[in-house]
Design a protein around this ligand. Structure first.
Ligand SMILES: Cc1cc2nc3c(=O)[nH]c(=O)nc-3n(C[C@H](O)[C@H](O)[C@H](O)COP(=O)(O)OP(=O)(O)OC[C@H]3O[C@@H](n4cnc5c(N)ncnc54)[C@H](O)[C@@H]3O)c2cc1C
Length: 521
């Protein structure tokens, strides 16, 4: 017999298979020996009460043999000789999951990626972190796996209606992710594990006849009769294909400019802008878990918040417990930060974006740039941040108390940001109304998280690549660009996703539509 049960466990119980089994037996009203095993279906942490508790949903096997939690099976077709071929520009989650879906439908994907393979990319990240040398084609945003490869690998999304989230998680397990991502309420993979998964995806795509072309930056298109007929790259021309998926991410400013030059419509779109906040992880643990020390059974604490200030949203973004602040710039002279964590989230700092909504009224000084106005405003802030840091990707930083009280920080605490930090007046980087919103958001967060507003916490600028500042339109039903009927804008860069899972789902959605249009083979 199998029985579904809900359990409320202490952190110590939740950490031990033996103790969970005893609690499963209690809940089922039987002795533990009658239970051959149990599958965890859902696991979440409720830290609202004085003592944090784990909520488990389990499927217990009673007096019958235990079976492991089933994983889905995926079947790809050999496509080396396929009649249909689709160019995918960009090997981020949108591009990669589009490629897999095309192969399920017997269509050959040809992936063009400006950056390097995931392993070579690592050397460029080291040069940036250690020596302040940025490779504009290979960095935290550009290269195999896309922007999320060297990240925390958080896999939760609010876009549950946009596609099959579980399918994406099962695919990740198929390519080597641990099974716990299937049942954790806040699944994450970690920077140390993601590259191997990305490599497995590439190996599969190549083994089934798909193609990868690294260091092939798309630089131009030939368009005839409302169709793309050629894609020019930094390393050669591609022609004779059925469709082009444009999945170049939120940082491909050259692609936005190219579309604009070619009169292919696109629009400025709201995005979020702000700073990254860093606290000691132990402090966040004590605030969130209401205790002096987290102890061995709880994970590093997480937080999120959202406020309405002067009619604008201000919220935390991409919180990385036990994480590192990363230099996520893609061009010289511009400073962008983001965050990552290893799978164990065992670094001594907790970082998170603190951002506010930016819309048309904020980029009015750039309005002559039309659809690129938001992007140019974003870039201007990144340039100011770079100058305030003093060069070499050293980041401007300030204690949050000093920021809120308009004081220069005469000293700064340790920070995880490897290229280094310099004290600066962060409010000078942003228009004053944006700085004021960030200040108010910090004070309001203190009301919810007592201890957040502390001398130990700093802000580092600038968190500016939260989502794309541009939307590339697509036909609502057919999903292609309204002017170019075989061009499919896809993923975060085109404005249809905001995170690894939603980008992957958008890639699948586009590939499915292309399979319908081309017919299945
Ligand atoms: C440091 C960091 C941490 C993050 N952490 C998380 C997280 O924990 N969880 C989460 O859900 N999201 C996270 N994100 C966001 C997430 O990475 C993105 O939402 C997601 O990767 C978007 O997927 P995409 O495929 O649409 O675009 P991208 O991942 O940006 O991929 C676009 C790809 O296109 C390539 N490209 C660009 N221009 C060209 C061109 N002209 N020719 C050829 N190729 C081109 C780029 O090199 C890149 O590989 C993080 C981002 C960063 C930078």
């Amino acid at each position: 017999m199998q029985k579904k049960l809900s359990l409320l466990l202490t952190p110590e119980e939740a950490a031990s298979q033996h103790l969970i089994k005893n609690r499963v037996a209690d809940a089922a009203g039987i002795i533990p020996e009658k239970i051959s095993g149990f599958q965890i279906i859902k696991k979440s942490l409720d830290a609202r009460g004085k003592i944090p508790r784990f909520l488990f949903k389990v499927n217990a096997f009673i007096d019958e043999p235990y079976q492991e939690l089933p994983t889905r099976f995926f079947q790809f077709q050999h496509v080396s000789a396929a009649k249909r071929k689709v160019i995918i520009i960009g090997a981020g989650p949108a591009g990669l999951f589009a490629a897999l879906k095309l192969m399920e439908n017997g269509i050959k994907p040809v992936i063009l990626e400006r950056g390097k393979d995931v392993r070579s990319r690592r050397r460029d990240l080291a040069a940036l972190n250690k020596h302040g040398i940025l490779n504009p084609e290979s960095n935290y945003c550009f290269g195999e796996g896309g922007a999320g490869t060297y990240s925390d690998g958080k896999l939760y999304t609010r876009s549950v209606k946009r596609g099959d989230v579980n399918r994406i998680l099962h695919l990740l397990v198929h390519f080597g992710a641990e099974k716990n991502i299937l049942y954790e309420s806040r699944p994450h993979i970690g920077t140390n594990k993601l590259p191997q998964i990305i490599t497995e995806i590439r190996n599969t795509i190549c083994a089934y006849g798909g193609e990868f072309h690294f260091e092939h930056k798309a630089v131009d298109f030939e368009i005839k009769n409302n169709r793309i007929t050629k894609v020019y790259t930094s390393n050669g021309v591609f022609e004779e294909f059925d469709a082009v998926i444009l999945a170049t991410g939120h940082s491909a400013r050259d692609i936005f400019s190219l579309l604009f030059q070619k009169n292919i419509s696109l629009f400025a779109k709201p995005f979020a802008l702000g700073v990254r906040v860093e606290h000691p992880q132990s402090l966040i643990d004590s605030i969130q878990f209401h205790c002096a020390v987290r102890g061995p059974y709880l994970p590093p604490a997480y937080y999120n918040f959202s406020h309405q200030i002067s009619g604008r949203g201000a919220f935390s973004f991409c919180m990385c417990p036990g994480g590192i602040i990363a230099p996520a710039s893609t061009s010289p002279g511009e400073l962008v930060v983001n965050g990552w964590s290893p799978s164990k989230r065992n670094n001594p700092f907790a970082n998170s974006g603190l951002v506010t909504e930016i819309s048309e009224k904020d980029w009015k000084d750039f309005k002559n740039a039309g659809p690129l106005a938001g992007m140019l405003f974003q870039q201007s802030v990144e340039k100011k941040a770079y100058e305030a840091g003093g060069g070499n990707f050293v980041a401007p930083a300030q204690r949050i108390i000093d920021f809120c009280e308009n004081r220069f920080s005469s000293s700064l605490p340790d920070c995880s940001y490897i290229p280094g930090i310099n004290p600066a007046n962060i409010q000078e980087i942003f228009p004053s109304h944006i700085s004021n919103i960030l200040k108010q958001a910090i004070r309001q967060t203190e009301k919810k998280m007592k201890g957040y507003y502390t001398r130990e916490a700093i802000i580092v600028a600038t968190e500016s690549r939260t989502s794309s500042p541009v939307r590339i339109p697509r036909d609502e039903k057919r999903l292609h660009h309204p002017q170019v009927c075989n061009l499919y804008p896809c993923g975060e860069g085109a404005g249809y996703a905001g995170g690894i899972v939603s980008a992957a789902m958008d890639g699948e959605k586009i590939a499915e539509q292309i399979a319908v249009v081309l017919g299945k083979f």
